[in-house]
Design a protein around this ligand. Structure first.
Ligand SMILES: [Fe+2]
Length: 247
């Protein structure tokens, strides 16, 4: 199964200024581009909204995605409202508050998480462990907006990290079969390995951040995406950029 991951699209309200970048146009551009690529599903990995989420923004995104034949997975980011998102996209939740759902795909258990308040809740961690105990023969792949670890992207690691990373690692320590974690949020492209788990960060379609600096600076306005290839014995992934987003 091949997943086309689009992240941090940051769609504003009509006529809302989004730092001089037409984020709607960028999103449509990457969707259009994806027509030439063979894949099975989209993953929209959080921060669908620019700053303040709204039903109109989510509906606009949904209408665009529905024009394509591919299934899509949605997870929320820190600029999203999980309740609203789950209503518009009809996504499963825990107590209609936190988005949480899973899917067994061949040799894998795919789990989609909610870190919209910049934390991973104990409820979700408990559910991950429960699922891991049921599907002991599956490799687990987690999808979450925030990478649960410092990635080396200095500004984002310092200012906007997942706040309870220690809870995350403490709770999942007992789970042997987590193989990959796919995230976004940091507006850059990273791949790191920690405790035998590969953590991937997908670039944004908005702008990329200069990861070498402790303060904010845009590195480029190129539109990024990640392809995730889930095969029987391995998961591989790569990032690509469309030449130029617009400024
Ligand atoms: Fe984010």
């Amino acid at each position: 199964m091949k997943i086309f991951q689009i992240s941090d699209i940051h769609i504003g309200n009509i006529n809302q200024k989004t730092h001089g970048v037409d984020t709607r146009k960028n999103f449509l551009k990457v969707l259009e581009y994806s027509k030439d690529i063979k894949f099975d599903r989209y993953l929209i990995s959080g921060d669908l909204a620019f700053r303040e989420p709204s039903k109109n923004i989510y509906k606009w995104i949904k209408t665009r995605l529905d024009r394509f034949e591919h299934r899509y997975h949605i997870i929320p980011g820190n600029h999203d409202d999980s309740k609203l998102l789950s209503e518009v996209f009809n996504v499963e939740t825990i107590n209609s508050k936190e988005i949480f759902y899973h899917e067994v795909y061949k040799y894998y258990l795919l789990i989609f998480l909610d870190t919209s308040n910049s934390r991973i809740s104990s409820k979700q961690l408990k559910r991950i462990k429960e699922l891991a105990n049921i599907y002991t023969d599956k490799k687990i792949v987690l999808f979450m907006h925030h990478p649960p670890v410092k990635t080396g992207c200095k500004y984002m690691d310092i200012k906007y990290q997942l706040l309870n990373q220690n809870d995350f690692w403490k709770e999942i320590k007992e789970i042997q079969n987590i193989s990959q974690i796919f995230s976004g949020h940091q507006h850059c492209d990273k791949e790191i390995s920690i405790n035998k788990i590969n953590v991937y960060v997908a670039p944004s379609t908005f702008f990329q951040i200069n990861c070498d600096l402790e303060y904010f600076e845009v590195a480029s306005y190129n539109i990024g995406y990640r392809i995730i290839n889930i095969a029987k014995n391995s998961i591989t992934s790569y990032v690509n950029y469309l030449s130029s987003g617009e400024k």
